[in-house]
Design a protein around this ligand. Structure first.
Ligand code: 13P
Length: 266
């Protein structure tokens, strides 16, 4: 498995993005890899720190390593939304190739300080580092202006932390959008012009292909997708369990539905 640096730089040059799908077990990893094969594209397997109560870094890293060994396209194993430097270290030690330090809840200067520490840890493993600036928790997708990433702050943040990519808040939000999302493309452009690093769009569930492609043409080289896949998987599992008596058949059915939804994001 690789870190995300080369794959994001290559995607950016082409005005394309690499999808990062949230994974947390065998079936989600298999589905993400299968989607990458069908789309003939690199893929990022994103394991959130919050899934730690479900599976350990070691189990996930070993499954991902084993399943991606013969994979014909670049694969990265990425730690998504990590707020603990200790967890970040443990993930890298287990074999993760990329990490996100999420200091977006911290005051700006503290976010910088912690992300600088994260940079040192990531460097000691040759891993890529994503930072985050701005807030993405407003589900309406509108946000207060203060929550949006400020281009001048982004410039300072990137210069001081040396992150490889930056997650931005430009009208995107995690989960389901309650209203039609409004992505501020001009802000995205300004942030990119001042930072010149691949930008990351979290909360990509519910965004149209037109929006995602335009964002990629401007600056975005990685999109994060979870909600749409998780909901489709749960719905497929519910349906499968009504007719299947065997767990393995139900899981296979659900896995196929995960692949189908993932395919919409290439
Ligand atoms: P969605 O759940 O809105 O797709 O966002 C996923 C995400 O950004 C994970 O980091």
């Amino acid at each position: 498995m690789l870190n995300t640096i080369a794959m994001l730089v290559r995607a950016r040059k082409k005005g394309r993005y690499v999808p990062a799908f949230n994974i947390y077990n065998l079936e989600t990893i298999q589905a993400a890899l299968e989607s990458s094969c069908r789309a003939e594209s690199p893929v990022i397997l994103a394991f959130g720190e919050r899934y730690l109560s479900y599976a350990s870094f070691e189990v996930i890293a070993q499954m991902a390593e084993c399943l991606s060994r013969e994979h014909p396209y670049p694969v990265a194993l990425h730690l998504d939304h990590c707020r603990s430097l200790e967890n970040m270290y443990q993930a890298l030690k287990a074999g993760f190739t990329s990490v996100m330090y999420d200091g977006s809840n911290l005051p700006f200067s503290e976010n910088i300080e912690q992300t600088v520490q994260a940079r040192k840890i990531a460097d000691s493993f040759g891993a890529s580092l994503e930072g985050e600036l701005g807030g993405m928790n407003d589900k309406s997708g509108e946000g207060e202006n203060g929550l949006f990433t400020e281009p001048m702050q982004a410039k300072k943040f990137v210069r001081e932390t040396q992150v490889d990519s930056l997650a931005v808040a430009v009208g995107n939000a995690h989960g389901l959008y309650r209203e039609k999302p409004h992505i501020e493309f001009q802000r995205l452009k300004e942030i990119y012009e001042l930072t010149h690093i691949p930008l990351v769009l979290h909360g990509s569930s519910g965004l149209s292909m037109e929006t995602l492609n335009l964002a990629a043409q401007i600056a975005v080289a990685k999109i994060n997708v979870n909600t749409e896949i998780a909901m489709a998987g749960a719905a497929a599992l519910r349906q499968a369990l009504q007719k299947e008596t065997k767990m393995e058949n139900a899981l296979q059915w659900a896995r196929e539905s995960l692949v189908n939804v993932m395919m919409h994001f290439y």
